[in-house]
Design a protein around this ligand. Sequence first.
Ligand SMILES: [Zn+2]
Length: 219
Amino acid sequence: MSKARSKVREKELQEFIQNTKGQSYTDRTIGWFKKNLNEIVTSGELAQLPGKNDKPISHSMRRVFELRDEKGFDIINWQSKNKSEKTLKVDEWILLNENPDPSKIRSRGVNKKIRNEVFTRDNFTCQQCGRTPDDEDPFREGQKIKLHVGHIFAHKQKDEGKNLNDKKLEAKDFLTQCHICNEGGKNENLKIITPIDRVLKYDEKTQKNIYLQLKKKFS
Ligand SMILES: [Zn+2]
């Protein structure tokens, strides 16, 4: 994470945090963007913004993507088509318009309807490692798994030079992923959880019940 760019900037950020006490992380983030409209905001600054209880939050960058994809705010980063005169580096962001554009929501993001469809179809289970929101985050003690919808064809289409924004997205374009698999990278050695693993974790009474049910079914 890059640090706030200067002491003045750092002071401004601390003042902003004081003045927005009690606000949610998302509200503070969009507030900080609006305060710096058309100016560069860094990932480091965004990571310093606390949530409602004044504690830092995890996955702060995901919230930025949500503001863009689910609320329609025109937030660009170094990967965006160049819509600003400024050249952006990794970890730099700009909000180009104070007001969100709802028409951007459906074409770029995953709306609630698709989300629900995908989660229901996949039985609220990560399709890569089998974890569910009932499971512990193996990398963070005391934290549970969070589910996301991952785009199946995003990278493929990018390679083929197609513009993803022109396509109407449907549930079949997505799969359920836990936040670890969704972030990629550190999930390489993640143990896959199978339905059998789950059954073996149940108490004996439940296991016996399942056994009897299956026995009945297959005998
Ligand atoms: Zn997973």
